[in-house]
Design a protein around this ligand. Structure first.
Ligand SMILES: Cc1ncc(COP(=O)(O)OP(=O)(O)O)c(N)n1
Ligand SMILES: Cc1nc(C(=O)O)sc1CCOP(=O)(O)O
Length: 556
């Protein structure tokens, strides 16, 4: 029989004296962040401190933790842990003393945590049963620990797979996410690491609390995020599961006519909106920049083609949507995209990611993974090869470079639904038939003319019209005084905004315009098609959507 108290892992502070702001006293900072009851566990981590000094720091820290009734653990150092009362636990890594040996020495009553970075390590930790909980990471890059290179980062999807392994039936091991978790990343990482009924139990942080002079406020912000996540969990559990209820919008089943009518109404609103044309920040390829800007204008939007990282935060206050297209990606434009993505997330602006050629090279794969890890994307748009690569099904459709083909996907509906659920975003699979989903409903569209494939940049411009459609959906909700800013339970739904209809409107406008352009008398081939497409996109109307949209709801 063990006598371990139940632990609330919600906000797990790992200390880091070297990260304190200048002039801030370690003990004062620790006391301050514990003072409001938001930090629920503390681990004392001293990487370069002599054992005797480590013990002194740990003893003084324990007095503070005891005052606030917060459980405490020691990082790595068994002798410091054993010198302290039995209520003090130990956290070890995979390279430290073996967990079975640690358990034998510590006895059954001390809390013992282990770091896991792979599914195998998670399985072993769960099966062996020596550890009481696992620290899962590094979720993202961090300055707080040496040696965390890009290839070691597991991101939301890696964390999701590890959490699922830790939570397998039989023994469900509690776990916390660690590495780059902060006020900006915590919500989407908690949501993103959750699948079915497998959710992390909390977040472990160093810099997000230790690096702040107002460590009490920092802890309260994180506490709010984790509580709101857990509230979403319990309400969704009673609604039949986690992923269905909060990761993606849950709405009534609607038929194709409803979507057609809603898209037509949104288009009318967008063309005549008192908000004026939404500003669409587009970081795109050199090849398609002019085409994208012109077609954005034709679709009643205002393009701004800024790649500059230093103005992204200011811009994101003004933009209606952000479009990230990796067609001619470089390390500098990747940096701009990361900053712009962060700023858009912070200001709750929709983000479209177009992973052009995403499966073609390792560099592009890394860029796409990095962007998906660092940004909560609202809509992921790609062709069969690009989306199959992101889904880890690259062998299903061999990538042939940036214009890789329509592909022979075995199960396009399953692919887009799976990706939408995993990445917590809308997914648009473009091809002869387009598939659009919000993770609940899948809409197919048979619109679009083959000449779109004969000109360069039409796919990139589609990303922009879809982005403008998302911005229009936000503006429509605002005009009805609906909440478009709250975090709520849905990360991609932006309160009451119907982003699925927004994306559909941008898709139909572009594809119907292409059909109307292609049949014009003045169009004799790709060259004359381009200006005609621009004209027809400027003219496409609600009536055109009602008359020409060829959409079906194939899954609800
Ligand atoms: C909660 C939690 N999770 C993971 C770690 C990392 O531990 P470890 O792998 O031992 O690395 P160091 O902390 O020793 O650098 C942790 N400390 N806490
Ligand atoms: C101590 C530690 N361990 C990690 C792991 O992944 O094993 S990441 C990490 C540092 C976490 O610091 P911050 O919250 O400032 O990113």
């Amino acid at each position: 029989m063990t006598s371990k108290p139940a632990i609330d892992y919600s906000v797990y502070l790992v200390t880091g004296r070297e990260l304190l702001p200048p002039g801030v006293d370690y003990y004062a900072s620790l006391e301050l962040c514990l003072s409001q009851g938001n930090v629920t566990v503390v681990q004392i981590r001293e990487k370069d401190t002599e054992t005797s000094d480590f013990l002194t720091i740990a003893q003084k820290s324990l007095a503070i933790c005891d005052r606030y009734n917060v459980p405490m653990l020691i990082n790595d150092n068994l002798s410091v842990c054993l010198s302290l009362p039995e209520r003090v636990g130990l956290h070890i890594g995979q390279e430290d003393i073996p967990v079975s040996v640690a358990r034998r020495i510590l006895g059954p009553n001390r809390l013992l945590g282990i770091s896991v970075k792979t599914i195998d390590q998670a399985r072993i930790a769960r099966e062996e049963g020596h550890a009481d909980y696992a620290g899962v990471g590094p979720c993202y890059g961090t300055q707080s620990k040496a040696g965390i290179t890009e290839d070691k980062v597991i991101g939301c999807s890696g964390a999701q797979r590890i959490v699922a392994e830790l939570k397998k039936e039989g023994r469900r091991l509690p776990c916390v996410l660690i590495g780059g978790l902060n006020q900006r990343t915590a919500a989407r990482t908690l949501f993103g690491a959750t699948s079915e009924s497998n959710a992390p139990d909390g977040i472990a942080v160093i810099s997000a609390i230790v690096g702040r002079t107002d460590s009490d406020v920092a802890a309260a912000e994180l506490g709010d995020i984790v509580r709101s996540f857990k509230t979403g969990l319990s309400s969704s559990a009673s609604n039949g599961g986690v992923a269905s209820a909060f990761a993606l919008p849950s709405h009534p089943i609607r038929d194709a006519e409803w979507y057609k009518t809603s898209a037509a109404e949104l288009l009318t609103f967008h063309r005549t909106s008192i908000h004026g044309p939404p500003l669409i920040q587009t970081i795109t390829s050199h090849v398609s920049s002019t085409m994208s800007a012109n077609l954005a204008l034709a679709f009643s939007s205002s393009p701004i083609m800024s790649h500059e990282a230093s103005e992204a935060a200011d811009l994101s206050l003004a933009v209606g949507a952000l479009v990230l297209n990796i067609g001619t990606i470089s390390p500098a434009s990747r940096e701009g995209m990361l900053v712009a993505g962060r700023s858009a997330n912070a200001n709750r602006k929709p983000v479209v990611l177009d992973p052009v050629g995403g499966g073609a090279t390792q560099f592009r794969k890394d860029v796409v993974r990095g962007l998906l890890n660092a940004t909560q994307v609202t809509l992921l748009k790609g062709n069969a090869a690009e989306l199959a690569s992101i889904a880890g099904k690259g062998d299903e459709v061999r990538s042939r470079g940036v214009d890789s083909g329509s592909g022979q996907l075995k199960d396009p509906v399953g692919l887009v639904l799976g990706l939408a659920k995993r990445e917590r975003c809308l997914v648009l699979l473009s091809g002869k038939k387009d598939y659009l989903t919000d993770g609940q409903t899948v809409i197919t569209s048979d619109n679009g003319h083959p000449l779109l494939g004969a000109i360069t940049g039409s796919g990139c411009a589609l990303g922009v019209t879809v982005g403008a459609g998302l911005a229009a959906a936000c503006n429509l909700a605002k005009s009805k005084n609906e909440d478009v800013t709250s975090l709520g339970n849905t990360l991609v739904a932006h309160g009451n905004v119907d982003l699925l209809v927004g994306a559909l409107t941008g898709l139909l406008a572009m594809t119907i315009a292409s059909e109307k352009a292609a049949v014009r008398d003045d169009v004799r081939g790709p060259g004359t098609f381009i200006p005609a497409l621009q004209d027809e996109l400027a003219a496409v109307s609600a009536e055109d959507i009602l008359k020409y949209a060829k959409i079906e709801v194939v899954s609800s």
